[in-house]
Design a protein around this ligand. Sequence first.
Ligand code: SF4
Ligand code: SF4
Ligand code: SF4
Length: 326
Amino acid sequence: MAKPKIALYWAASCGGCDVAVLDTNEKLLDIANIADIVFWPIALDFKYHHLEAMEDGSVDLCLFNGAIRSSEQERIARLLRAKSKVMVAFGACACFGGIPALANFTNRDEIFERAYVEAPSNANANGTFPQTLTKVSEGELELPELFDTVLTLAQVIDVEYFVPGCPPPVDIILKVVDLFATGQLPPVGAIIASDKTLCDECDRTKEEKKITKFYRPHEIIPDPKKCLLEQGIICCGPATRGGCGLRCIQANMPCRGCFGPPPGVVDQGAKLVSALASIYQGDSEAEIARMVEEVLDPAGTFYRFGLADSMLKRKRLQQPQTEGIK
Ligand code: SF4
Ligand code: SF4
Ligand code: SF4
């Protein structure tokens, strides 16, 4: 019997999700044993025309990491959708927009201005910006178009499953492969992680303590047995889905929210603001204002991984973006 076919792809991504797949170490050979990897451009020499030549629906499972922020990424996402029976948004960027989606607090023109004019390392006296088409003596050179808005994978194509994490932990990757190989994939739409919040899984002591000051992680050495939030370190545990094995907490570092919102929560950032508000001890407006000031990067703190998928989505644009969106 022919082995099932697996495709892996990265879009707006740091490469960490692909490294996480390699981190399965010798188990990668087990994956290769049960399935043929038919497309994985970061690791093997596959070209887009190889993908185009495949029959629609001929790939059994696609693990797609990275958000969508360019016309090339949109094109390949749609192509992989057509070729794949099961599409998995793999990692925080594909699921929620991830770190790349923090660019939604700005827009393409501002990004180009910063990158190609304002950055001190630039020598660009003519103010040249990337063009989608450039004529040279040999013909026309084409670059993908950068979108104003970074999108989640599910905002562009239909997705069957979501595997959160920055990157997804190895045990969850192996679980996905096992569920796929044994025909036990859950109902379509499932998020393959825990159904609890991270706080529900955390065994640090909680004393229902109020706090009067926020600290950044380098400003104090927290007690490794006590809740970080109750020690004044912003920990996203109350607003984050569990299942990561408490990776950051075990290193005595706060959760940053990479597993996205827990079940029943629509907007992870709003949930975190509400959790912080319930633990603040402020007797006056001035006290509360001081504590709000202590959150140095509120947008990045509350929406580090989830801006594209949040109710905010992005800074307001003059013209709403339509490109890319399904
Ligand atoms: S989820 Fe994290 S590891 Fe994966 S591509 Fe995005 S930033 Fe990189
Ligand atoms: S806020 Fe963080 S440290 Fe405290 S219980 Fe939740 S996950 Fe654990
Ligand atoms: S503790 Fe939070 S940020 Fe760290 S891996 Fe788990 S979900 Fe992600």
